[in-house]
Design a protein around this ligand. Structure first.
Ligand code: NZQ
Ligand code: ZN
Length: 387
């Protein structure tokens, strides 16, 4: 295990009816609030009215930024920054999925910065302050509700980039599993794949002697696999939705892999796909991950064999390490197929036209990944396997 520091300042408020605590949670902050949300799901579910009710009861002045896109766009973020400056906004409240939260984070760090907020995404400037923000999460997937990362698309340039900063952690995040009852089947599937992928990025690691982190990761994976199927069978199964929601948060809030080097090559590759084709992040990952696994498993077949046995319950009797590793990868692919996630680029209507560009862009700052370092030629081969 490597040396590490662990610090996560986000207060997590979890459970049925917890939106009622909004007024109390907002007390330490100013009354001028920017409400950020997406394309209408919160109006349909009634959450919008409930949130406004709590805000007004709390004496807040509310301005709204609606219509945040899935794969949120820089133009929306810039509009939000302008709005905050014009109205003297003191607190940002994001209500929605990861896209809404990521846009809110980018607005929060962009307001006090004199330059273009895109600078933070391309490493031209360091984030040193931010407006405070809070979230009400409506979709189990990204973990953005309890981390400092934001992913935004520069649509015109076909670039999708991320930043991570301690200043961008939400002050609080409210997670009510009932708010996820209305998540449609395909978005539930995307969320399941994204959560599992976050675990994969951290679990397939070369760092030795990390038994607790490995079991933590395996237990999240098993919990997601079981509860994912239950939530897909009955979208209003409270326990299944609650377990998925908690898994999503715990998979990417820093607690799962302290002292372990993580990989993130598959995410880097997926971001290149969704930057150009605007497909759902989870859909891109379900295509990329099994192929990445196939490409790299020989770098540490023992970890892949362990994964097969502990997560998928594959019987090791009479099987070599390599056979087990491959069986675990097949089990992953089969599960993704079973829940209806795509497994090839062609299923998503994507051909080979942009493969070279995506491979070059993915390694723009040098090789990606740490489980196995990938050059452009490796990324191209993985993408080719995805076709
Ligand atoms: O826009 P609305 O109308 O709200 O509808 C959304 C959207 O269409 C809908 N939805 C959300 N909650 C719902 C609901 N529909 C019905 N009922 C509900 N309760 O779901 C659709 C997808 O929402 P989105 O926020 O785009 O999904 P997700 O949470 O998967 O976020 C994806 C984005 O997060 C980034 C991805 O790259 C992508 O841009 N990521 C952010 C990360 C982070 N900040 O740490 C890490 C991730 O790896 C990821 O890269
Ligand atoms: Zn992800």
């Amino acid at each position: 295990m490597n040396t590490f520091q662990l610090y996560n300042p986000t207060k997590l408020v979890f459970g049925s009816g917890t939106v009622r605590q909004l007024g109390m949670l907002l007390k330490p902050y100013g009354k001028k609030i920017l409400l950020v949300y997406g394309g209408g799901s919160i109006q349909k579910s009634g959450l919008y009215d409930e949130v406004l009710g709590h805000l007004h009861k709390n004496g807040a002045t509310v301005h709204e930024l609606a219509g945040i896109e899935s794969n949120p766009r820089l133009t929306s973020v810039q509009a939000g920054i302008e709005l905050c400056r014009r109205e003297g906004i003191e607190f940002i409240l994001a209500v929605g999925g990861g896209s809404v939260i990521d846009a809110a984070k980018a607005i929060a760090v962009g307001v006090p910065y004199e330059g273009d907020v895109w600078d933070f995404f391309v490493g031209k400037a360091q984030i040193s302050e931010a407006l405070p923000l809070g979230t009400i999460l409506t979709l189990a997937a990204t973990g953005s509700e309890m981390n400092g990362s934001s992913v935004v698309s520069h649509w015109e340039a076909k670039l999708k980039r991320a930043f991570s900063s301690i200043h961008a952690y939400p002050r609080f995040s409210i997670l009510d599993p009932k708010l996820t009852f209305s998540v449609p089947r395909n978005q539930t599937v995307n969320g399941i794949v994204d959560i599992m992928s976050h675990v994969f990025e951290q679990y397939f690691s070369q760092t030795p002697d990390t038994p607790l982190q490995e079991r933590y990761a395996e237990s999240i994976l098993q919990t997601v696999v079981e509860n994912g199927e239950l939530a897909l069978a009955d979208g209003e199964n409270y326990e299944a939705r609650a377990n998925l929601l908690l898994c999503g948060t715990m998979a990417l809030n820093g607690t799962m892999n302290p002292g372990m080097q993580s990989d993130w090559a598959s995410h880097a590759i997926e971001h290149e796909i969704s930057a150009i084709y605007d497909i759902a992040h989870g859909a891109g990952l379900s295509i990329v991950f099994p192929n990445w696994m196939r490409y790299v498993y020989t770098s540490r077949p023992d970890r892949f064999a362990q994964y097969a046995v502990r997560v998928w319950g594959i019987d090791p009797t009479g099987r070599s390490e390599e056979e087990l590793a491959l069986a675990g990868i097949d089990a992953t692919r089969d599960y993704f197929r079973r829940i209806g996630a795509p497994s090839t680029l062609s299923e998503a209507g994507i051909g080979e036209e942009q493969l070279d560009r995506m491979a070059e862009e993915a390694v723009r700052y040098g090789p990606i990944g740490s489980f196995r370092k990938l050059e452009a030629s490796d990324v191209r081969e993985i993408l080719r396997m995805c076709l």
